[in-house]
Design a protein around this ligand. Structure first.
Ligand code: C2E
Ligand code: MG
Ligand code: MG
Ligand code: MG
Length: 282
């Protein structure tokens, strides 16, 4: 048992731990202190224009380096944070961190890189979310149209008034909306009519076999055609091979994101990737 093993035992997180309720509780207890202990950090994954291969933006992704569990994957701790309500303080920490990083990066670059952040429904339903969002936006003097808010379809399915109201307000503030993991979950095309999405991200499940599986290829083409018809830009997620990038590019997808271009990077490594370090030496 974890307790018997002692307080400072360092263990790697494994999928089997998913089924262990006691461990889940332990994880939540640790997560409760993650912000104050400085265990959370952000990484940024470059997004490239598929035609020019220029970096045009990045997605901010959260990481948790727990003193007890080691690196815990976001697919594990984000749902836990959502269920427990911890996503609100954690999400606030994230906004502050990302906005600070991006305003510093933009200053160094001398241009504005678009940044995408993931926001979950629990955050949008929190009454003080909008006010805090606006506060950080002002504090770091970020242009709202340089920010994309990624939300998942399942969030929209919940369809509650607070969530919808919050999204409307963000759009009025000039924020752009991106529909994440498109094609998974409960795809309802009506959401694309209801909100002015500027971007759709094709889920990596569809991108994986895009150049070999005719079914997946057909689905991607249909998504791209639909998005184009609506004037919405298309991002291919999880691009790992040149064949996938070529397919997306040939069929008019706009942006690619995936290990082919870069893994998610810490801010200083992102600067290196963007060649900022080289330029500042001149
Ligand atoms: P997502 O928003 O769909 O993020 C894309 C995921 O795909 C990331 O996983 C990224 O590391 C991974 N990925 C990117 N390129 C490739 C590739 O070429 N191959 C493969 N196999 N994977 C690739 P990650 O970082 O583990 O995040 C998982 C999910 O956790 C995210 O999915 C998002 O839903 C959630 N998440 C991450 N950070 C945050 C956050 O700050 N707030 C919220 N609310 N959710 C977050
Ligand atoms: Mg995302
Ligand atoms: Mg996604
Ligand atoms: Mg996802």
């Amino acid at each position: 048992r974890a307790k018997a093993a002692g307080r400072n035992t360092y263990r790697f997180f494994t999928p089997e731990m998913n089924r262990d309720a006691a461990l889940r509780l332990e994880l939540e207890t640790e997560l409760r202190h993650a912000v104050e202990r400085g265990e959370l950090y952000m990484v940024y994954q470059p997004q490239v224009d598929l035609e020019t291969r220029q970096v045009i933006g990045c997605e901010a992704l959260m990481r948790w380096s727990s003193r007890r569990f080691g690196e815990v994957p976001p697919d594990r701790f984000i749902p836990l944070a959502e269920e427990s309500g911890l996503i609100n303080p954690i999400g606030e920490w994230m906004l502050n961190r990302v906005f600070a990083d991006i305003s510093a990066l933009n200053r160094t670059l001398g241009r504005h890189l678009a940044v995408s952040i993931n926001i979950s429904s629990r955050q949008l339903r929190e009454p003080s979310f909008l006010e805090r969002f606006r506060h950080y936006l002002d504090e770091y003097a970020l242009a709202p149209d340089g920010l994309l808010i990624e939300i998942t379809e399942s969030l929209l399915v919940e369809d509650d008034e607070a969530t919808m109201g919050c999204l409307d307000a963000l759009v009025r503030m000039g924020m752009r909306l991106s529909m994440d993991d498109f094609g998974t979950g409960y795809s309802s095309l009506s959401y694309l009519k209801r909100f002015p999405f500027s971007e759709i991200k094709i889920d990596r499940d569809f991108v994986r076999d895009i150049s070999t599986d005719p079914g997946d290829a057909a689905l991607c083409l249909a998504i791209i055609a639909m998005a184009k018809g609506l004037g919405i830009q298309v991002v291919g997620e999880g691009v790992e091979t040149e064949a996938q990038a070529d397919f997306l590019s040939e069929h008019e997808a706009d942006i690619g994101q995936g290990y082919l271009f870069s893994r998610p990077l810490r801010l200083e490594d992102l600067c290196g990737y963007l060649g900022v370090g080289v330029r500042s030496e001149e």
